[in-house]
Design a protein around this ligand. Structure first.
Ligand code: C2E
Ligand code: CA
Ligand code: CA
Length: 608
């Protein structure tokens, strides 16, 4: 049997009802009854309706006779409920079977309802209507649930994408300036080198460092510093083409990669890059209007050219870095092209570092002591500890040579600790000897060492460990210290001063000293640099300098030491004429080994 031809008028939106009955008069009755509100399809046997359902369309209700020849209604229902594609189709049994068992069996099979024949038309209509209403609600509920699940999934995907973007952003972009960071820069540089290899065009790496950025950061605060860095970033972006890369390495260091320089020779390419470097230096050198004031800041730039992938990206950056340092050493606000000699210097540096490291490990350092003489009595009242490097092949190496390397590499920290430790050990030992117990021992502490965040605490720990008397320890600092954060310096000095340690300002007059610094620091001594002392005699220009330093110290209630005193004339002039408090120099003694220094006191004791 085939389904009845359906009435098409408004078919799509009307619920579809299937009716199955082997008795045609029942089918006609049902169709007449339902067709007004629904689209009705009729079938005279089970297999026919199953065939229809197999075509994929899912109607809204199935009215199913139970007793039919061949396949009965229960069987049809069982098959429908066993098929996941159609099991949601609501079934109402319509039957003349009038036993509770039959009804129970039908409902157990998953039918929604059970109507007895002969049926009352109004009851059939009401049951169908109710079922459809329930079903519609259920469908809506399911649709909503699906929609919700879809939206939740969409939201989840979006969040994941955002998180991925954020991770990517953090991994590859500087958060302050939004510029690529070091990893992304290296990636771009490798890409640029590979491109250059294919195209034979030149590229360039420019390494930039702002001059005196620290001053701005320290005096105007980090917010203004950050703002300046952002301005620098945008000036750099504007100064180059979009295809070029501007990156921030951190701090006040930036890198620019120029690509696709289409020139015939290295020299021509260099001329073109020179123009861009010049432009960058001049653009960055223009003043910056910051909230608190207008700020002037220049940049040091190092430039290196590349063609292809002859050397690694890291090495290119190193070259640009060396050239940048050259600019910096020349006073900044300029650019320098990398040249091979810089590599030789860098190699020297690397060798010196390795040498220093092994010297530390193998204990090749020694402290020498130079007596400090009272200007009036000419007695030894203290000593300055001066480090010596007993190099296995080079002999005695001067600290003037290796201290700068130690500072550059950071090795000054372990080296400085060793000096502090050794000096304090000696102080503790001298405290046991009456003739030496009053000596004040000076140690030299370099700016980098003093600025290490835990310097003061470390110093105190060493004093505690060795039992040295802090009142007998003096720390000599140089004016280079004042390039650091003033408040931090004063805090560290005050912490140590409370313990009894005193401070001398070394090499006074050679560096940058502002009088306001001098009066605000807990100092108690100035050491006149030996360049002013050498050859001093009446009428010499240095006389005025020494005299005014001594006068200044007196006004600030500081003691004065003259270092580098080599002749009696100098000693007389400084101590007797200008009343310099203390003297130090070859005239009295060169720096000598510990035993020799201690010997000075034994001799004296014996002489008495
Ligand atoms: P400085 O602190 O100014 O030390 C004084 C330097 O002048 C010493 O050189 C000393 O030997 C030398 N000197 C002393 N009297 C005379 C003299 O009459 N004539 C001449 N021409 N020179 C004299 P040295 O020992 O070679 O030390 C050089 C510098 O190395 C020191 O200068 C100091 O800045 C640094 N230094 C030495 N030891 C240490 C240390 O343990 N730690 C640190 N951070 N720096 C040190
Ligand atoms: Ca010194
Ligand atoms: Ca000195």
């Amino acid at each position: 049997m085939t389904p009845s031809p359906h009435t098409d008028a408004e078919a799509p939106c009307r619920p579809v009802i299937l009716a199955v009955d082997d008795q045609l008069e029942n089918l006609f009755l049902l169709e007449a009854l339902l067709a007004e509100s629904y689209e009705v399809r009729t079938f005279t046997n089970g297999p026919a309706v199953l065939d229809f359902l197999a075509c994929g369309q899912l109607p809204d209700v199935l009215l199913l006779d139970v007793v039919m020849p061949g396949m009965d209604g229960f069987d049809v229902c069982r098959r429908i409920k066993a098929d996941p594609a159609i099991r949601d189709l609501p079934v109402i049994f319509l039957t003349g079977l009038d036993t509770p068992q039959a009804e129970t069996q039908g409902l157990d099979l998953g039918a929604e309802d059970f109507i007895h024949k002969p049926f009352v038309p109004a009851v059939v209509m009401a049951r169908v209507r109710n079922l459809l209403a329930r079903h519609q609600i259920e469908q809506r509920r399911q649709e909503l649930a699906v929609r919700e699940a879809q939206m939740a999934e969409q939201h989840r995907l979006l969040e994941r994408k955002k998180a991925e973007e954020r991770i990517n952003d953090l991994a590859f972009f500087d958060q302050l300036t939004r510029l690529p960071n070091r990893p992304l820069l290296l990636d771009r540089l490798r890409q640029a080198m590979a491109d250059s290899d294919r195209s034979d065009r030149y590229g360039a790496v420019l390494m930039l460092d702002l001059d005196h950025f620290k001053v701005l950061n320290d005096t105007r605060g980090h917010a203004e510093g950050d703002l300046l860095l952002q301005r620098v970033a945008s000036r750099l972006i504007e100064a180059v083409r979009t295809a070029d890369t501007v990156a921030r390495l951190g701090g006040d260091e930036f890198v620019v990669i120029l690509t696709g320089i289409n020139e015939n020779s290295l020299a021509d390419a260099a001329v073109q890059v020179e123009g861009i470097a010049q432009k960058i230096v001049s653009v960055l050198g223009q003043s910056y209007a910051l909230p608190s004031a207008t700020f002037h800041c220049s940049a040091s730039v190092g430039v290196t050219l590349f063609q292809g992938e002859a050397i690694s990206a890291e090495d290119l950056l190193k070259q640009a870095d060396m050239a940048m340092y050259q600019s910096k050493n020349m006073g900044g606000n300029s650019f320098t092209f990398f040249d091979r000699n810089m590599e030789i210097v860098a190699l020297d540096h690397a060798r010196a570092e390795a040498d220093l490291r092994s010297a530390l490990a193998e204990g090749q350092f020694e402290l020498y002591f130079q007596p400090l003489i009272d200007g009036r009595s000419r007695n030894i009242i203290g000593a300055e500890a001066l480090i010596r490097w007993n190099h296995p092949t080079r002999g005695m190496v001067s600290p003037a040579e290796f201290i700068p390397h130690a500072e550059r590499t950071g090795l000054i920290l372990p080296l400085g600790s060793w000096v502090m430790e050794t000096a304090c050990d000696h102080l503790a030992a001298w405290a046991e000897r009456s003739e030496m117990s009053q000596l004040v021992l000076s140690i030299n502490v370099s700016a980098k060492q003093f600025q290490a965040p835990d310097f003061a605490r470390q110093m105190i720990a060493i004093l505690d460990r060795t039992g040295a008397n802090p009142h007998r320890l003096k720390i000599e600092l140089t004016e280079s210290l004042f390039a650091g954060n003033f408040d931090d310096i004063v805090a560290a000095m005050s912490m140590l001063q409370e313990r009894g340690i005193t401070f001398a300002l070394d090499d006074f007059g050679t560096g940058f000293s502002s009088l306001s610094y001098l009066s605000r620091l807990p100092l108690d001594q100035l050491k006149i640099d030996r360049s002013f002392v050498a050859g001093i005699e009446a009428g010499d220009a240095n006389v005025a300098i020494c005299a005014s330093i001594i006068g200044l110290a007196r006004n600030l209630k500081l003691k004065v030491v003259a270092e580098g005193v080599e002749t009696e004339a100098e000693a007389y002039f400084l101590a007797a004429v200008h009343r310099c408090d203390m003297l130090q120099g070859y005239m009295f003694s060169r720096p000598i080994q510990r035993l020799a220094f201690e010997g000075l006191f034994t001799d004296k004791a014996m002489n008495r």
